[in-house]
Design a protein around this ligand. Sequence first.
Ligand code: NAD
Length: 313
Amino acid sequence: MKIIIAGAGAMGSRFGLMLHQAKNDVILVDGWQEHIDNIKRDGLKANFNGEEVAENIAIYHQDEVSNVDFSADLVILFTKAMQLDGMLKSIKNMIGENTKVLCLLNGIGHEDVIKKYVPLSSILLGNTMWTAGLEGPGRAKLFGNGSIDLQNLGTDGKSAAEEIITVLNEAKLNAKYSDNILSSIYKKACVNGTMNGLCTILDSNMADFGETNVADNIVESIVSEFAAVAKRENATLNVDEVLAQIKTCYNRETIGLHHPSMYQDLMINNRLTEIDFINGAIVRKGKEYGISTPYCSFLTELVHAKEQILGAK
Ligand code: NAD
C-alpha cells in the first residue's frame, strides 16, 4: 500500500518504520529540518525493542512536498494537534478521491479540521495505545506493545476500513474496528486531560500528585466536565471506570514515577502543548452546548500561562 506518514516525530517514526518493514511503499513528511536531514543521510534510526535499526525511508519537508508525485492510498496523521491544519494544507495535493486519511492524534475534535480537506467518507478516526519517544533528531526509541481502534466516519462503515486494518495488522500494529470510537477517544482524553495538565502545572510526577488530599476532588471535577460534553456528543463514558483508570497512574511500582508527555514537551523540551485540543476542546464544546467547564478552562489558561512564562515554541 502507498502510505504517507504526515508528521514523522516519535509516533510517525514508529508507524513509518513498522509499515516500511512490512514492505509497504512509505514516505514520511515532516517539518523539522534537522530531523529530516538526519533521516535522509543515515536512514530513520531507532532503538527498536533493544535492537539498533536504521530504516531507509524517503522523507520530505512539508514545504517541498507539493511537487512530489505520490498518490497515496492511505495518509496516517501524526503531527501534534496544533500542527495538523498546516500539515493537511501541505499534503492536500497528494490526497486523491480514493485516499483514506487515518487520524490517531490524542485529543478531541480533529475531524473538524480534517473535513476541511477531505470528505467525511475518507476519514478514519482512531485511538492508539502504542507509545514512542524521540532521543534526538532522526532517532526514535520504540519499546513495548500497543493496539489501534479505528472507525470509518463515512456511511459505508467497517467494509471501507477492512483493507487498512489488514495492512496495519500485517505490520503487527494490532488494529481492530470499533463501532464507537468517540467513547474510547473521550476515555483516553480524560486521562490526558487530568494527568498531563495537572502534573505539568504542579511540576509533579503522577504518584506525588495522586497522593495529595485534593487529587480526587480535582480529577473528579475535570472528568465530570468531560463526561457532560461527551454525553452531548453521544459518546458513552463510564465515569467510575475512567476514575479507576486514572488512579492506576498513581502506582509507584508501575508508571506513577513518570511525568506525562505534556510535562516532557513543556518542562523538558520547552515545546508548546496540546492543551487546546484536550481540556481546551472541552471548554469550546462546553460553550457550544451550554455546559459550564470551570476546571478545564482554568487548567487550559494555566498551561498557556506556563508556556508563555517559559517562552515555549
Ligand atoms: P512528536 O512531538 O514526537 O512529533 C510531532 C511533530 O513534532 C513531528 O513533526 C516532529 O518532527 C516534531 N518535533 C518533535 N520534536 C521536535 C523538536 N525538538 N523540534 C522541532 N520539531 C519537533 O509527537 P508524537 O509523540 O509523535 O505525537 C504525535 C501525536 O500522537 C500527538 O497527538 C500525541 O498526543 C499522540 N500520541 C503520542 C504518543 C506517544 O507515546 N508519543 C502515544 C499516543 C498518541
